[in-house]
Design a protein around this ligand. Sequence first.
Ligand code: DX5
Ligand code: ZN
Length: 220
Amino acid sequence: MSSTIIAPSMLAADFANLQRDIEMVNASEADWFHIDIMDGVFVPNISFGMPVLEAMARHTKKPLDVHLMIVDPDRYIQTFADLGSAILTVHYEACTHLHRTLQAIKAAGMKAGVALNPHTSVALLEDVINDIDLVCVMSVNPGFGGQSFIENTYQKVAQLKALIHKKQAATLIEIDGGVTSNNAQQLVKAGADVLVAGSFVFKSPTPVATIAGLKQLAGS
Ligand code: DX5
Ligand code: ZN
């Protein structure tokens, strides 16, 4: 992996100025848009749904990395493909038949991601890692932006990197939650390929420079 992928989480954008914030990301060094979909059942929060994503996708000029924090995600795979998602990530904890779900995501033309809650061991992915394009390691409990980073994440990333290596898989490692300039470098050292950042980017008075700073830190 030559350069770390930076994916601003639109959950932290100003929803009354979504187009402005999307244009900011378009003009920045960010690589992807991270889109958090929450159903109020899998996580104790509701973010936004298809009509809002459809409106956003009319302005986004970079790949949509969609993170589904919903129960029974199989119901909506085709819908998110039709909305233009490049990557569709489902939660390990929300899938009874994970292998089948991954195949369905790929059959719909998207890259397939699996997110792990902080309590879920990376070892559980051993038998399916070669079918996963991206593992999203949750470094906070999913449901809200602006939470503090869980330090145990570093060892999880290193363990996952070793598993990917052992299985000769091409899986990317994404970190989601509490990412800032304080942990970006260490996360990349541990093996992260993609850094999601919400509050750190959107609460910054100079978000374009903040994204550039993260990109630089992650590359050094
Ligand atoms: C949390 C979401 C994250 C969140 C990250 O459930 O999956 O993508 O937006 O936000 P920050 O960077 O503020 O922790
Ligand atoms: Zn997310």
